[in-house]
Design a protein around this ligand. Structure first.
Ligand code: NAD
Length: 318
């Protein structure tokens, strides 16, 4: 399938995952159309790509209809940071629901495969550890995170309905926490917040007692997983967990960030946000078997690379 994909559309291509994905696809010789409304993405992230002869940026909100030609669609558009997706919850729900329908309609018309960037948040507060794809999840459907969690669940449901009803080739990736140098110090995700605070010498904010766990995957590993998933035949639809199976408590993450940045900032505990998941760890057995994929970058290496990028941003006064 991969060889025939010359023109690839990437929604959310100016985001944390989208920008390095566009870069990777260009390096593979693809023509890339990035569709983004720059709501949480930035032009700066894709600045190095704007002059590339095979790269086009289409500034567009995917909740509105879209006409373009492509051989494959990576559908990533959606704010991923809880702070950002809760800022406009109705807009987030609309992006997950109407935006996904827009892209599925396009995939149907073009007879092109569509890969959905879904989320580990579909598991909510899961009954199983680690989370495998056959866990149907335990999500609060009326809480402040539901716009995103239920939005992703609806997006997944529509992917499989478009497949069954219209024969669209879909691929659903359930992405676990992903971090990397493209983050903004103020984007509200825990890795970004802690590194930003450590480098500024202010207290490191940890929600609750910090014993809640997360699994952090470096962005390059995640991009590789998405590309490998798209390269599979139509029989591989997912849902497929992509993430790094090492489980780390948030307080341990804060301590690692302090060690890596050489910071002496104290840790300040703040109330746990509503419906904050207690444990997150992917079972990636399916991805290993179907894609021969597993993350390669360990947490300390990834944190060091991210901290170096943040240091450069702070020194430049951006
Ligand atoms: P991000 O917020 O950095 O990027 C999202 C991009 O989508 C931004 O460039 C934003 O401007 C764009 N966008 C948002 N709404 C749009 C709309 N209506 N129309 C057009 N563009 C729109 O997020 P990310 O970390 O790059 O995540 C990418 C995808 O992966 C998202 O779908 C997210 O839900 C999923 N995901 C990410 C993580 C993670 O830890 N990074 C975890 C789970 C799932």
């Amino acid at each position: 399938m991969l060889q025939s994909m010359s023109r690839v559309a990437v929604t959310g291509g100016a985001g944390l995952l989208g920008a390095p994905l566009c870069e990777r696809l260009l390096s593979m010789g693809r023509e890339v159309v990035c569709i983004d409304n720059l709501s949480t993405g930035t032009r700066a992230r894709i600045a190095p790509l704007l002059d590339h002869p095979r790269f086009t940026l289409v500034c567009h909100d995917i909740t509105r209809p879209l006409a373009l030609e492509a051989d494959a669609i990576y559908h990533l558009a959606c704010p991923a940071s809880p702070v950002q997706y809760q800022r406009d919850p109705v807009g987030t729900g609309r992006t997950c629901a109407q935006g996904t329908l827009t892209m599925l309609d396009l995939a149907r018309r073009l007879q092109a495969p569509l890969l959905l960037a879904s989320s580990s948040e579909v598991y909510g507060d899961p009954a199983t550890q680690p989370q495998a794809e056959d866990d149907w999840g335990r999500v609060n459907p009326v809480g402040p995170r539901a716009c995103y969690d239920e939005g992703k669940r609806f997006a997944e449901a529509m992917c499989f309905d478009y497949q069954r009803q219209y024969g669209v080739a879909v691929k659903v990736a359930r992405i676990f926490n992903t971090y990397g140098p493209g983050m903004q110090p103020d984007d509200g995700r825990v890795v970004a917040s802690l590194i930003g605070q450590a480098l500024r010498g202010v207290p490191l904010t940890v929600h609750g007692d910090g014993r809640q766990t997360r699994s952090f995957c470096y962005v390059d590993d995640m991009v590789a997983g998405l590309v490998q998933l798209m390269a599979t035949g139509p029989e591989v639809t997912g849902p497929l967990n992509l993430g790094r199976p090492e489980e780390v408590s948030v307080v341990e993450l804060a301590e690692r960030v302090r060690a890596i940045t050489g910071s002496h900032s104290p840790i300040r505990h703040t109330p746990l946000p509503e419906d904050d998941p207690i444990r997150r760890r992917p079972d990636i057995g399916r991805a290993r078997a179907l894609l021969a994929w597993a993350p390669e970058v360990d947490l300390d290496t990834g944190l060091r690379r991210t901290a170096a990028h943040f240091r450069a941003i702070l020194e430049a006064g951006e």
